[in-house]
Write a protein that binds this ligand. Structure first.
Ligand SMILES: NC(=O)c1ccc[n+]([C@@H]2O[C@H](COP(=O)([O-])OP(=O)(O)OC[C@H]3O[C@@H](n4cnc5c(N)ncnc54)[C@H](O)[C@@H]3O)[C@@H](O)[C@H]2O)c1
Length: 348
């Protein structure tokens, strides 16, 4: 029987735990020092507070002080914490991760080093580990249109496992799938990892179009659809510039995940608030007061740094990314026109 330690008992870590129990895995779920209340609910057999779903009693739970026990002898370790928590949790877990056969990542984000150089998450983790003389096992980047609550509740879900070694991706895609949890495999780790955080940025922009409808009383579906198309184009352009396959952005990690993230979720809700006219910075404060982390916001300047450091040639072809910075970071009240100019094609 395959075994896994999932690090992070938030929405996604717990959703993945349920999916893997269904696929016959032995699952250890470790909660960080921020997750005690989540572990309490799981152990009490009450719905997980973030996803309103009961986590299988076959999942073994571990609290923050029990990291070593949670990882003892497992075949796979999955990192499922929010991107801000990755450096600390990875550091704590590196030794045990190096003994596992694979490291899975559901976290989405970019990793700047101390000099501000932006790496995709797998490359950033490899670099951190190397600096400590540790070699990581093969990494499997997990992405695609997966809402944790639906995945936990056994609703039909398609996801993708990306690893530089296709055999590794295929092996785990086969081992983890179940009737309602379909898994594609790809060797395009870069494409998967570019789309995952970028789509959070673009989901904010999709939310703005919905918010405009609330503010004006008129649908802005055409603007939203044009925004969607431009977002996909930009994910594809950046992916290819960084060495990925174009098709990845048009598949589950790009189009698929953008669709689901643009329907609901914190990035979209934040965009709706901007579109309604709440003001980008005031809306962000409201989200923080509601304890809603908007991952797309810190991703904007990191994505721009990534473009300017590693893909300068495509900068001019990414107007929506730059519009996101102007709207969110400069709090520009002219956001309707900024978004419109970024997504309506220039005169031929
Ligand atoms: N929710 C989803 O549907 C979904 C789907 C796919 C991928 N993801 C990704 O999975 C990751 C986790 O998302 P989630 O929805 O489970 O979030 P969540 O807020 O429910 O859980 C966050 C997890 O990260 C940990 N964490 C947060 N801040 C931390 C810090 N400063 N230091 C250490 N740990 C910290 C928390 O303890 C918790 O375990 C994110 O990168 C997200 O983009 C989420």
């Amino acid at each position: 029987m395959s075994s896994i330690a999932i690090l992070g008992a938030g929405a996604m870590g717990s959703g993945l735990a349920n999916a893997l129990v269904r696929a016959g895995w032995e699952v250890n779920l470790w909660g960080t020092w921020l997750d005690d209340h989540l572990i309490d609910a799981i152990e009490a057999g009450t719905p997980h507070p973030r996803i309103d779903t009961i986590i299988s009693d076959k999942v073994k739970t571990f609290r923050s002080a029990e990291l070593e026990q949670a990882m003892d002898g497992v075949e796979v370790v999955a990192l499922s914490v929010a991107s801000v928590g990755v450096p600390k949790v990875a550091e704590m877990a590196f030794d045990a991760i190096s003994k596992a056969q694979a490291l899975w990542l559901t976290t989405k984000g970019f990793m700047p080093d101390e000099n501000g150089k932006i790496a995709l998450l797998p490359a950033g983790l490899r670099r951190m580990a190397e600096a400590k003389g540790i070699t990581l096992p093969p990494i499997v980047a997990i992405a695609g249109p997966v809402k944790a609550n639906e995945c936990a509740a056994n609703e039909p879900t398609a996801t993708i496992f990306g690893s530089r070694d296709l055999d590794v991706a295929v092996k785990y895609a086969r081992a983890a799938r179940s009737e309602h949890y379909a898994i594609e495999a790809t060797d395009d780790e870069v494409g998967v990892e570019v789309c995952a955080p970028m789509k959070n940025v673009y989901a904010i922009m999709l939310g703005i179009a919905d918010g405009l409808q609330e503010q004006t009383g008129h649908p802005h579906h055409n603007l939203k659809a044009a925004t969607f198309a431009q977002a996909v184009r930009e994910m594809s352009i950046l992916s290819v510039a960084l060495g990925a396959k174009e098709a990845t952005a048009y598949g589950l990690p790009g189009v698929g995940d953008l669709e689901v993230t643009g329907l609901s979720g914190r990035n979209k809700v934040y965009g709706v608030r901007i579109g309604r006219g709440e003001g980008a910075q005031a809306a962000l404060k409201t989200m923080a007061e509601l304890e809603q982390t908007v991952e797309g916001v810190p991703a904007i300047p990191l994505a721009i740094d990534l473009v300017e450091q590693s893909a300068t040639d495509v900068k001019e072809r990414m107007p929506l990314l730059y519009a996101a910075r102007q709207i969110v970071y400069e709090d520009d009240p002219d956001f309707t026109n900024i978004l419109t100019r970024a997504v309506l094609p220039a005169r031929p």
